[in-house]
Design a protein around this ligand. Structure first.
Ligand code: ATP
Ligand code: MG
Length: 219
């Protein structure tokens, strides 16, 4: 992942040395700028992910109210969604749900899920975040009315560096969000999965009505 932009950078610099026309130079500078930004993002995402490994073994777990955390996040991210014309719905029970773990890292999971949903939604779409406790488990669901996930991608999206986005976004995403989220959730003894929203009897080649991400955590 690091080598590709690096090779592109090296070749752009090499070509720049021999480019004579200003418009050619301008184009190459754009390529360089783009590669540098991609590398910058990759390196900080990778270093963040590798810090995770050591954090997860240090065991500085704390008990905290998951719902309070979700309310803080959804207040902030919901406002951003509303500005894009997205209907942001939260449905959280009134009583606290106390879980034990690394609060900042679990928050990162939901920020990843909600910002992903936001990025695939347009004006008129909706995102819903809801949570419910049942015995000693809590389920947190982030669902959206965006384009859904291509069926053949469902098994890949949690892999490192898998990112499939409209070309206009190229370079802004490392494809680490869901891989890191899975690692965090599993380190807390939880599960995470993705599914498309579509009628039971619909053909799996039909267009989904949206995407749904589910996180289950022990309480
Ligand atoms: N809500 C969603 N609707 C449709 N596709 C999604 C959704 N969330 C994730 N995906 C797909 O899963 C891929 C992987 O997601 P992930 O968060 O790991 O990477 P990313 O968002 O592309 O990059 P990063 O999180 O590092 O910025 C996305 O590129 C996209 O193709
Ligand atoms: Mg992401």
């Amino acid at each position: 992942e690091i080598k590709n932009p690096l090779a592109s950078l090296r070749s752009a610099v090499g070509t720049l040395r021999v480019a004579k026309r200003d418009d050619q130079r301008e184009k190459l500078l754009d390529v360089i700028d783009h590669d540098v930004r991609r590398l910058d993002r990759l390196v900080s995402d990778i270093s963040n992910a590798s810090r995770l490994d050591s954090e997860l073994v240090k065991e500085d777990e704390e008990a905290f109210d998951l719902l309070k955390m979700l309310r803080n996040l959804t207040d902030f991210l919901g406002e951003e969604a509303s500005k894009k014309g997205i209907d942001f719905i939260t449905d959280l029970p009134p009583d606290p749900i106390v879980v034990s773990g690394l609060e900042a890292r679990l928050a990162q999971v939901f920020v990843n899920l909600i910002t992903n949903a936001q990025s695939f939604c347009e004006d008129g779409d909706a995102i819903r975040v809801w949570a419910r406790q049942r015995d000693n488990r809590v389920l947190i669901v982030v669902e959206d009315t965006g384009p859904g996930i291509p069926e053949q991608a469902l098994s890949k999206i949690f892999k490192r560096f898998y990112s499939e986005r409209p070309k206009s976004d190229f370079g802004n995403n490392s494809g680490l969000g869901l891989a890191i989220s899975k690692q965090i959730v599993e380190a807390h003894g939880g599960v995470i999965w993705a599914e498309n929203i579509r009628p039971t009897d619909a053909d799996i080649t039909s267009e989904p009505l949206g995407a749904r991400f589910v996180v289950g955590l022990p309480v």
